[in-house]
Design a protein around this ligand. Structure first.
Ligand code: HEM
Length: 157
């Protein structure tokens, strides 16, 4: 009961998690993650569990912000929030036992003018991050297949 009250208070709080900027209210739901999760432990283990996924997300965010092809898109963005919500999204999709508390892919990328080439650069950076953290190729490809359809919501038309 207390846990439920704390969760509700957190959901409605005007104060964002430590280090993050406030965000206009929106409805939280795992469906916002934009993909149905895998079932079972195999994918989560292939990614090295929580430590592995944190390392991959941190690597991906730093690589993206330093990548001259897409660095401008990440300027003045809340990277603390991005690391947290991206971790939650991957953890949720990989069946690591997380809930996703971020916005939908359409909401979170609107008005950024993201092009197909930007998407390709990000996917390339994700592949490099997964490789550096020793995710087996088959598991890399299975995650990429879950993310691929999201381009419909992310790439500007
Ligand atoms: C399948 C591909 C992608 C996934 C899974 C993804 C995932 C996410 C997630 C979970 C968030 C945070 C949502 C929130 O804060 O509520 C986010 C935000 C963001 N994404 Fe992506 N993204 C993808 C593609 C891209 C691409 C291609 C770019 C640009 C090259 C990009 C740039 C950003 C930026 C700058 C933010 C921060 C928005 C802000 O806080 O102002 N994303 N993305």
């Amino acid at each position: 009961m207390i846990a439920i009250l704390i969760a509700l208070a957190w959901q409605n709080a005007a104060v964002p998690p430590a280090g993050e900027e406030p965000v206009a209210p929106y409805e939280r739901a795992d469906a916002n993650a934009g993909a149905t999760p895998f079932r079972g432990d195999a994918m989560w283990q292939a990614f090295g569990g929580a430590a592995g996924v944190h390392a991959i997300v941190d690597d991906l965010v730093s690589t993206n912000t330093a990548d001259p092809r897409i660095t401008d898109i990440f300027k003045n963005r809340d990277l603390v929030r991005l690391r947290r919500t991206l971790f939650e999204q991957f953890c949720y999709i990989l069946d690591g036992g997380c809930h996703y508390s971020g916005q939908t892919m359409a909401q979170s990328h609107k008005d950024m003018g993201i092009q197909q080439a930007d998407m390709a650069a990000l996917v390339e950076n994700l592949q490099a991050a997964m490789r550096r953290h020793h995710v087996p190729m088959a598991a890399q490809n299975r995650l990429l297949a879950k993310l691929a359809p999201m381009h419909r919501e992310i790439v500007a038309r």
